[in-house]
Design a protein around this ligand. Structure first.
Ligand SMILES: [Zn+2]
Length: 101
């Protein structure tokens, strides 16, 4: 179990949410995550208690920014609905370019 002080944790979440342009994840690895889904912390997670499951340590470890995580959620939903891989890539590229502007 990872324990981070509440104040410290809140600061980290804030930084994470502000890290708009910091993707640091390739479209390919994001696509892999989209295909297989993210494994959320199974046991008690202090971080989740403080930040909620959408921003806990485990999520922030995987996704460099909230932006990135939201794109993941969006694509994951499409994936579950059965959208084709090619279309994925197009949407993903669009999202990344959007943020580079
Ligand atoms: Zn967690």
């Amino acid at each position: 179990m990872i324990y981070i002080e509440k104040k410290e944790e809140e600061k980290l979440v804030e930084l994470w949410e502000k890290a708009k342009k910091d993707w640091g994840i390739t479209p390919d690895s994001l696509l892999e995550l989209v295909k297989h889904g993210v494994v959320y912390c199974e046991d008690y997670c202090n971080s989740r208690e403080v930040c909620g499951s959408g921003a806990c340590f485990c999520i922030r470890e995987i996704f460099p920014s909230r932006d990135c995580y939201e794109v993941y959620l969006f694509l994951r939903e499409l994936h579950l609905e059965g959208v084709e891989k090619e279309l994925f890539f197009r949407i993903l590229k669009g999202k990344i370019n959007e943020r580079k502007k």
